[in-house]
Design a protein around this ligand. Sequence first.
Ligand code: GLU
Length: 451
Amino acid sequence: MTLSSSKTRLASLRTELERRNPAEPEFHQASREVLESLAPLFAARPEYAQPGLIERLCEPERQIIFRVPWQDDGGTVHVNRGFRVEFNSALGPYKGGLRFHPSVNLGVVKFLGFEQIFKNALTGLGIGGGKGGSDFDPRGRSDSEVMRFCQSFMMELHRHIGEHTDVPAGDIGVGGREIGYLFGQYRRITNRWEAGVLTGKAEAWGGSAMRPQATGYGSVLFAGEMLSRRGEELAGQSAVVSGSGNVAVHTIEKLMRSGAHALTCSDSEGYVVDEKGIDLELLRQIKEVERARVSEYAERRGASARYVPGGRVWDVPCDVAFPSATQNELDRQDALTLVRNGVKAVSEGANMPTTPEAVGILQEAGVAFGPGKAANAGGVAVSALEMRQNAARDSWTPERVEDELAQIMRDIHRVTYETAERYGAPGDYVTGANIAGFERVADAMLAQGLI
Ligand code: GLU
């Protein structure tokens, strides 16, 4: 197959996918990026282009949508929608987080699940791809309301998951508190101590050391690898981080430990820039203890910090940027600003935070761009290490987990870099990650027959 006939085949696949999955723009965006990357692979290795393979990969193995009724503290009944998309289990049990956010719909869950297939394949740890969540908004809800919601959500979800079947974890709006409530309800319904059914548990009852840190730390490690290919290092670099959730907080922490200067954090209402570098203890107090907004940070921090309501965090000049909040948060204009300000590397801590146009601008300008499915794979990788510890009834030291995480991120960087070179796109980590992830999943699917 020539390159141009591969491109034609993939373009018609895309048209068909968009026709069969209407009104799912995020899923179209994520699948389009992967399909476009595969053209050089199809041209060089026709076995991967055989009819049916890519069509199967783009169709989830199973999609579950369910009603989640619950009562608030005042006794009012609310009805939310729950989702679990079990996308691909060729390499292992479905694995991926749950997102609780009002923006969650089937298209969002499918985009996340689709990305997860390739991300999980890149970890090399034997996990398939899935994702789930709900349009429930935990913001402003009491602990007991969140607990009742989680219990109702698990009342249905429990029939679809299991340590050898599907292993959910956290994502936006789902952290340690929610995993605790979900695990408690699963245990009660099933009468099983099945630690490996969920990851992101507390260390005292089956969780792994370093799981909360893993996504942010991994994203910084990936940026460090990209810089070292260019003969540079993280120490001394200025960094802009978006978001203020688990990924952002641990990105900031790891940047500081690496000798870089993390200058910002943000939420959906605005951003903070702190000339002295973000004070992590204060940020944690505000976000994790008080569950308040980042504007509060600037108010308490004093003269070094400034709050910019409604602003774009990407306007702050920096050497490295870490989009760590949510999808499509860094657009064309932001990319132009970053390039104008001399950014050297962008590492995606969130899933698909950079729009396709923005990715093009960054790559065109020679910025090292680490796509989420490679750069933020540290989180799910440590989840897979948590599953290993659970299966062996073992618990590893933080040092051991951190060493393994660092090795996994180095391996992911190497395989994506080398794959991009092999397929004629040197330095293009998007192409490298998509092809390398695809090859692993496709090999397993081909070997396992038409299922
Ligand atoms: N939600 C995270 C991700 O996007 C982690 C998933 C997991 O640990 O299973 O990869």
